[in-house]
Design a protein around this ligand. Sequence first.
Ligand code: SF4
Ligand code: SF4
Length: 417
Amino acid sequence: MSERIERAREEMSKQVDGKVAAYFSSCVRCGLCAEACHFHVETNDPRFAPIYKLEPMRKVWRREQTLGGRLSGFFSSRDELREEDFAEWEELVYDSCNLCGRCSMVCPLGIDLAYMLRRQRSAFAVAGYVPEGMRTALQRTLELGSPMGVSLKTIDATLEQVEKRCGLKVPVDRKGAEYMTIFSSMEVVNFPEYIESLALIFDAAGLSWTLSSRAFEATNAGIQVGDNAAAREIVERIVSAAEELGVRYVISPECGHAYTAIRWEGPNLIGRPYRFEVVHILELLDRLQRDGRLQIGSRSDRPMTLHDPCQIVRRGGVVDPPRHLLAAVASGFVEMRDHGTMNWCCGGGGGVSANERAEQLRLRVFKRKKRQLDELGVDTLVTACANCRIVLEEGLEHYEMDTEVISLTELIAVHLK
Ligand code: SF4
Ligand code: SF4
């Protein structure tokens, strides 16, 4: 076994913590998780059953933590983790999993498959079995500060345009501000209207806010790849900038995995609590509206529905705020059949959208989202994640659907009093 694979095997062994071991030993192989995964239900490919995607990790657990596995290890190499396992499972681990956590919701034994799938990726990252697009995104984040290569110069140019359009100053590096915002580079490049909407909303609500020129990127490619050292470094950039500016809150933007990274995984990655609170933009808007600081004027009567970003809603717990906000601005809001914590992923989460070779599979499983939309017959889809937004737009275009995708924050800004 090469040294790299030996290190990957050690990493896998480290990732089999008490929870993972308990999960493997309680799985009854009922197959219910398979019916919750869009990759499995849309393709009928048994390899896409969530529990099967965890076979490499199961091998290590069986060999090291069960009596039978330890004994049989003396006579057989059946459960030995080999380079071929990494090569064969790379597609199952990255291309056909969004880490969306829908499978975790249905397991009758309470097994959090998404937790295990995320941990398993760490060993694949050590083994070097990571799709090209995701590897490049991580490299760019570490070297340039952003997976899309967005530099401070790009941010400055975008802010200049935003300020011209809305006539408001976007504060940068303002010490003592109460809130610090971070962005997904997709927002900067594809949806600068989001930044403009923040400026308008925060001005109307009288919020003291700032951006940091040292840490404006919210996305964390380290989490998606499973490279914990890189994920830690990316979180630390934001933490040190926020603590230096002395802000009380960091606002996580309309980006699913960025919220998981900074809100839930961040403190564990850096090994200490933050000296500020992380709030998702939807939680903040909801709070401002309840406090009477966000005054909504007109309501839209256009029929619209909500796509729940998995990491914000199912995994992140921000379930009610988008619904409160939509109720305030849209009289024609209707829920999809499976919504909230049981919504279906857009298919691009967990780094899949950065993985070019997974594109055909992603578009194939988009049929699940298409069906949800066809049932409702509305032509406006609201969401709160820039990555979902791009993936949804691509899917809708692919299936020639005439549906507009809009951001919830932008919708709120349009309906400000
Ligand atoms: S639903 Fe739970 S118990 Fe059933 S196969 Fe999946 S992980 Fe195992
Ligand atoms: S986390 Fe989502 S995409 Fe991954 S196996 Fe579970 S249901 Fe499928």
